[in-house]
Design a protein around this ligand. Structure first.
Ligand SMILES: NC(=O)c1ccc[n+]([C@@H]2O[C@H](COP(=O)([O-])OP(=O)(O)OC[C@H]3O[C@@H](n4cnc5c(N)ncnc54)[C@H](O)[C@@H]3O)[C@@H](O)[C@H]2O)c1
Length: 353
């Protein structure tokens, strides 16, 4: 069987797991690489055996033999590149967030409809084995209706700088970078209820804290601390039409004693902690049970989740599956994220419909 020819656009940090996962997939061939930074594109092409290298995404998309692309560029180019790829007849796996505005999201959605091609949004947590275990429990109604979810990703020191800290290229700070994952996985597991209203706050009180010494933190490929136009903390309360609610807070920096990562959902018959570790909670015969599933890794397994995501994308291209993270969900997530920013700016709740 011939392999699907795949191109990767954007050869920075996250592209590494895309390259690795395609390489591990027996039905995919990494055929071409594109990055504004030619050295970076060449290095990845030579490490992963790609035949072609480009610095202009329009050139990689002009290859007639290319069937699909991963878009791993800065957030502000996702919509433009995704639309061009769909129009060139390519299937698309686009990293989260889908884009940076609702208007862009709707244009991408329209391009998907027009082209009939697959677009999978990189909501990688939907593909994590542990989250799929919880989904199975939910689908079998063992947790009952989920009416509350609470998620935090608080970095005490972790503004990655570079494009992440430049609102023009990123669309925002920890909310659009980290919050998108948390809100999406909760919303997905809650059964994707219709949003009723959103209320949010953002703060930019501490700056990027590039002054801090003696403590390492994650930095963008092109780290630059000179520009910081994004929030350092965001929180939000999302209310749904079915009465359920979701509370979230995320930071790039905060005077917290330690980093916090926690995601939990609560239903009428049971609850589940997804982060920091998988646990289920229920009640049986008038006794509360805390259940620890016996699985390889109770924590979010980054490599495994990306492998599943990319395997799923390839299976979708082969017509064997439907994508689990379609463009419509990317659009809904952009509506939620943008409503949080709007609410923070106006100081008012944003009502949907
Ligand atoms: N799913 C996840 O868990 C996860 C984790 C990290 C990053 N991401 C997402 O992946 C994307 C990239 O993040 P990163 O951490 O790899 O950033 P990065 O800065 O390390 O890499 C981005 C690369 O894209 C290139 N680039 C930017 N615009 C381009 C264009 N128009 N054409 C060609 N190349 C272009 C840059 O030169 C750079 O090499 C972002 O959208 C980010 O939100 C997702």
């Amino acid at each position: 069987m011939t392999k699907l020819k795949i191109g990767i656009i954007g050869a920075g940090s996250i592209s590494e797991v895309h390259f690795n996962s395609y390489q591990n997939n027996p039905h995919a061939e990494i055929y071409a690489v594109c990055d504004l930074n030619e050295e970076r594109a060449k290095a990845k092409a030579s490490a992963y055996g790609a035949k072609k290298v480009f610095t202009d995404y329009k050139e990689i998309l002009a290859l007639p033999e290319l069937q699909g692309v991963s878009i791993c560029t800065w957030n502000n180019s996702h919509a433009e590149i995704a639309i061009a790829a769909l129009e060139a007849g390519k299937h698309v796996l686009v990293e989260k967030p889908l884009c940076i505005t609702v208007e862009e999201a709707l244009r991408v959605e329209e391009a998907v409809r027009r082209s009939g091609k697959v677009l999978q949004v990189g909501f990688v947590r939907r593909y994590a084995s542990n989250n799929q275990i919880v989904k199975q429990f939910i689908d079998h109604e063992e947790l009952g209706p989920i009416y509350y979810a609470k998620a935090s990703c608080l970095r005490r020191l972790g503004n990655p700088g570079g494009w992440f800290a430049d609102a023009e290229r990123s669309g925002g700070g920890p909310l659009i970078d980290l919050g998108v994952h948390l809100i999406d996985i909760c919303w997905y597991l809650m059964g994707q209820p219709k949003v009723k209203s959103v209320s949010g706050n953002t703060y930019n009180r501490l700056g990027n804290r590039s002054n801090i010494k003696n403590l390492d933190f994650y930095k963008a490929s092109d780290y630059d601390a000179s520009k910081n136009t994004v929030e350092d903390l965001a929180n939000a309360l999302i209310r749904f039409e079915n009465g359920a609610s979701l509370m979230v807070d995320v930071s790039f920096t905060l005077h917290a004693k330690q980093d916090v990562l926690s995601v939990a959902i609560f239903g009428e018959r049971g609850g589940a902690e997804l982060e920091p570790e998988l646990h289920l909670v229920t009640e049986n015969h008038d006794t509360i049970l805390n259940i620890t599933p016996q699985v390889n890794n109770l924590r979010f397994d980054f490599k495994d989740a990306f492998q599943n995501e990319i395997n799923h994308f390839i299976d979708t291209l082969l017509g064997q599956k439907e994508t689990r993270s379609p463009v419509e969900d990317g659009v809904e997530m952009m509506k939620i994220l943008c409503a949080i920013y709007e609410s923070a700016e106006t100081g008012k709740e944003v009502r949907f419909s």
